[in-house]
Ligand binder design. Structure first.
Ligand SMILES: Nc1ncnc2c1ncn2[C@@H]1O[C@H](COP(=O)(O)OP(=O)(O)OP(=O)(O)O)[C@@H](O)[C@H]1O
Ligand SMILES: [Mg+2]
Length: 258
């Protein structure tokens, strides 16, 4: 079966201008991500991992090259279309959780649904439902600073899943967590890939995580240094992304059984 490519970065370069100087952060990057795949971007601090993820998510335009999503180039698309691509297709999880401190946990999870046109009550109901599935019901009306780091990151993952995206993009999601919470978060993301069949892009510099993905893209000084395949994506995983219907219960079963 031919592998279906979800996202392709073609000859992507990125240059920032800083105090009149140009800094080239990404140089001629070619990366393809297949449906159902778990790809890890690994490399030293400052090598350009976050910048590459931001380009892939449409948060930053590349200076050169293009990004092709399901065979269609983002080049020349309006900002509105690019934002819609990101909002509906990609769930993003950051190291700093990025929850809004003034909103409740439930409101935070409901937030990405606001752009989808659903009314307030339905958005809040869906958020409550998702939070119930991840075992965070008792925190619905609390605010982020009242939760532990691990709990906040689980809220952030739940928020990223609210729009039922194809792709989960994680930038050092365990960077601010103690090792137990970090293991829990990595296990949730692993199950998102293996059980819920989400395509996962993960940035890390933690070598302990190198066994998780199907493929590791090693980055060095803004370039792809090498790619290593741990295992091929299965045909079953390839069938995914079209008919996604999230079952978070699946992700939490292990936790409930403990
Ligand atoms: N907006 C910006 N303006 C100028 N330079 C930037 C900008 N964003 C990133 N850089 C520079 O690009 C380089 C790569 O940054 P990036 O954040 O992509 O690295 P990283 O691999 O994610 O590092 P870390 O592991 O520390 O998060 C760094 O030298 C950084 O200073
Ligand atoms: Mg980074």
């Amino acid at each position: 079966m031919a592998k279906s490519i979800v996202i392709e970065a073609k000859k992507v370069s990125k240059t920032f201008k800083l105090q009149g100087q140009e800094i080239q952060v990404l140089k001629d990057i070619n990366v393809s991500v297949h449906s159902g795949e778990y790809v890890m971007f690994y490399g030293a601090s400052g090598c350009g991992k976050s910048t590459l993820l931001n380009v892939i998510c449409g948060l930053e335009p590349p200076t050169e090259g293009e990004l092709i999503v399901r065979g269609e180039s983002l080049y020349g698309k309006s900002q509105h279309d690019i934002t819609e691509y990101r909002r509906s297709k990609i769930g993003i999880v950051f190291q700093q959780f990025n929850l809004l401190k003034s909103l409740t946990i439930q409101e935070n999870v409901a937030l990405p649904l606001a752009a989808g046109g659903e009314n307030f009550k339905r958005r809040m109901d869906r958020a409550a439902h998702l939070l119930e599935m991840v075992g965070l019901t008792k925190f619905l009306r609390r605010r982020p600073p009242e939760l532990s780091g691990g709990q906040q990151q689980r809220v952030a993952i739940t928020r990223a899943l609210a729009t039922n995206p194809w792709i989960i993009v994680c930038d050092e999601p365990t960077g601010n967590l103690d090792s137990r919470s970090a293991d829990e978060v990595m296990a949730i993301i692993e199950r998102l890939n293996s059980k819920s069949k989400r395509t996962v892009l993960m940035v890390t510099h933690n070598p302990e995580y190198l066994h998780f993905p199907n493929r590791i893209v090693y980055l060095k000084d803004g370039q792809v240094d090498k790619e290593v395949t741990n295992r091929e994506v299965t045909a079953e995983a390839e069938k995914t992304n079209e008919k996604l219907d999230l079952d978070l219960r699946d992700l939490l079963r292990d936790k409930e059984e403990k």
